[in-house]
Ligand binder design. Sequence first.
Ligand code: URA
Length: 231
Amino acid sequence: MDTPRRIEQILASLGYGSRREVRGLIAAGRVTVGDVVQDDPSRKAVPATIRLDHAPLEFPEGLFVLLHKPAGWVCSHDRREGRRVYDLLPPRWLRRNPAVTSIGRLDRDTTGVLLITDDLALVHRLTSPKHHVEKVYEATLDRAPELRLVQEFASGTVVLDSEQKPCLPARLVLRGGVEVELTLTEGRFHQVKRMFAHFGYEVCRLHRSRFGDYTLGALTPGQWLEVNRGQ
Ligand code: URA
């Protein structure tokens, strides 16, 4: 990440404009490296050393934020599917290349921890079942669950509809009444809802309270916060 690259390429890939637009910023003397105004767009520099109007660039080494996903927003990039979680973020981020994406998806009605990044290696590390990253979900069911579900989910034998491989063992805690907490280390399509549906239960409310070490803290729905990769 700290390899020197062409200044115009860095600014364009971090969303500061098209190649032509960032050349305009450079020609206007607004871009500096170590207090020296840069007038050559092909000059190479390390992203973190570049300043625009004396301010550091946003997330020069890659973007990583935690969003409290509100209900009613989709993780798709396609506007036709509804209000996108990406529209809760500063518009410049959507012009970055590589593109900003969520690490796994939450359904439209699911709330809670959603990690967002432009670092594809990080997406892989946090979503691959091999890495056993825990995701904790709080769910409200349509009726009180039977105790045997705890054993069933822990057994690693639940095979979901139209799948062949059983789900990895999952930890279910019965919270009383219709409230449960389920911890998964994989992220299949609609996995929580399908695991409960397999035993005849409907999930009426779903909230992800933790992804790996990341929790919401004081974030309210729709708010985001920069987080540390090594956390
Ligand atoms: N499992 C689901 O069923 N939905 C989600 O949004 C996340 C996990």
